[in-house]
Write a protein that binds this ligand. Structure first.
Ligand SMILES: Cc1cc2nc3c(=O)[nH]c(=O)nc-3n(C[C@H](O)[C@H](O)[C@H](O)COP(=O)(O)OP(=O)(O)OC[C@H]3O[C@@H](n4cnc5c(N)ncnc54)[C@H](O)[C@@H]3O)c2cc1C
Length: 395
């Protein structure tokens, strides 16, 4: 273009596809979004009361959505990591954080360790049916006396001939009431420090597995959250997932994927409630003006949009590193920390912009805040993320 030919004007409505996504990702995005809006979102309020039904897994399995980035030999779609990000982003249109979390536990928390560290038999027995939506998974790290301090867990697995005997308890376990199998973090050698942990795949119908109670929560009401007890649970040595003694490192690897997917969900959730609030701010009037036209509110939108965009770029760039074989623990921790904070700040500000309506259930904004609030705690608290980042500089 020759200088002077055309006047460049900003085009704020132009589509802004990020460079990590191809046209196929965008087609996938459209098909997931239309499924989520048509088949999941209409039940959001009902599932807050009842938790979402297991049939959601079956339906999503049929559609191929539980195995987007999983190998084709186990029924997956064989896509890249970005396809998993697309799922996490589009699930926010269900308007149900609890549902999105229950699905993410299946696809991005419990399943990756099975596929990464499992034997061929374990992958066929547990990952393939989970991808099909026939089997539901959960992940057991946290205990009543050890959450952030993963190394402080007490659940013990003791070898007895060809078997292991497991005793202990786990708490806050998402999908814990509905799951068929748990990826369980145990201590096999209390004297061996970080080399004393082992993962197991424990069927939830094994004698001695007790689903003690359904826990009630501030948000994420559509998900089920369990307190579990393991009393002399016997499993064969073939139930060991990965290497005996390497469970701590295996679970730390798992947490990286979980944190990045969680961060993507936070950004998308923040974007959705931002858009909902933007519409509200153009419809609602006070003192003879749209409330969005008050400078104070215009600036609130500008602040929110800037933070959401910054969080998005951090998540995408980090995902690019992850997809390209790096193990970017520092950046994942930053993305998780920042996105969760932004999501909670945005949800809070959106309640404020809605005024009294923001406090009412009817608008769903208060639910976004309650659901999002978990992200500053689950999968590693803000404080733990700060510590990981700080320590990465040798401090
Ligand atoms: C709804 C929900 C669903 C969950 N789902 C699962 C699941 O499916 N599977 C699972 O295993 N877990 C799950 N969790 C557990 C979650 O990951 C933990 O709650 C989280 O890791 C924090 O552990 P904690 O609750 O024991 O807090 P604590 O570790 O007791 O922390 C309490 C406070 O102390 C701070 N703190 C602790 N250590 C430090 C430190 N070294 N430096 C500075 N501050 C520190 C924390 O940041 C926090 O503010 C879930 C939790 C919730 C609420």
């Amino acid at each position: 273009m020759a200088a002077g030919d055309t006047v460049l004007k900003p085009d704020f409505a132009a589509s802004r596809k990020h460079f990590i996504f191809t046209d196929e990702h965008e087609a996938l995005r459209e098909s997931i979004r239309s499924f989520v809006i048509k088949e999941l979102a209409p039940h959001a309020e009902e599932w807050e009361e009842t938790t979402f039904p297991d049939s959601v897994f079956k339906r999503m399995g049929e559609l191929g959505f539980l195995g987007l980035d999983k190998p084709e030999e186990y029924g997956g779609q064989g896509g890249d990591y970005y396809s998993s990000l697309v799922l996490a982003e589009e699930m926010v249109h269900s308007r149900s954080g609890g549902l999105a979390m229950g699905v993410a536990v299946q696809t991005d928390m419990a399943m990756p360790p099975i596929l990464a560290f499992g034997t061929e038999e374990q992958k066929r027995e547990w990952a393939a049916p989970a991808i099909a939506g026939d089997t539901i998974l959960c992940l057991g790290i946290t205990e009543p006396d050890a959450g952030s301090d993963v190394a402080g867990i007490k659940t013990r697995a003791v070898r007895d001939g060809d078997e292991y005997v497991i005793n202990g308890s786990k708490t806050y376990i998402t999908n814990g009431h509905r799951a068929h199998v748990i990826v369980l973090v145990t201590k096999t050698d209390p004297e061996a420090g970080y080399d004393g942990f082992t993962l197991f795949l424990v069927p939830m119908d094994a004698p001695g597995v007790i689903r003690e109670k359904k826990l009630e929560k501030l948000g994420m009401h559509a998900s089920d959250t369990a307190l579990l007890a393991f009393q002399d649970v016997r499993v064969p040595s073939t139930a060991v997932l990965g290497q005996v003694g390497k469970g701590f490192y295996h679970i730390m690897w798992e947490l990286q994927g979980e944190r990045l997917i969680g961060a993507a969900g936070c950004v998308a959730g923040a974007q959705r409630v931002f858009e909902q609030t933007l519409r509200y701010a153009t419809e609602r009037t006070a003192f003879g003006r749209q409330i969005g036209k008050f400078q104070v509110n215009r600036h609130k939108f500008a602040e929110m949009a800037t933070k959401i965009e910054a969080a998005r770029q951090l998540v995408y760039t980090t995902a690019w590193r992850f997809q390209n074989g790096e193990y970017p623990v520092r950046e994942i921790s930053m993305a998780k920390l920042y996105s969760a904070r932004v999501a909670v700040e945005v949800a809070d500000e959106c309640i404020q912009i809605h005024g009294g309506a923001g406090y009412m259930k009817e608008y769903g904004v208060e639910r976004v805040w309650r659901d999002m609030r978990l992200n500053r705690i689950g999968a590693g608290t803000d404080e733990i993320m700060l510590d990981v980042i700080g320590r990465s500089y040798g401090l």
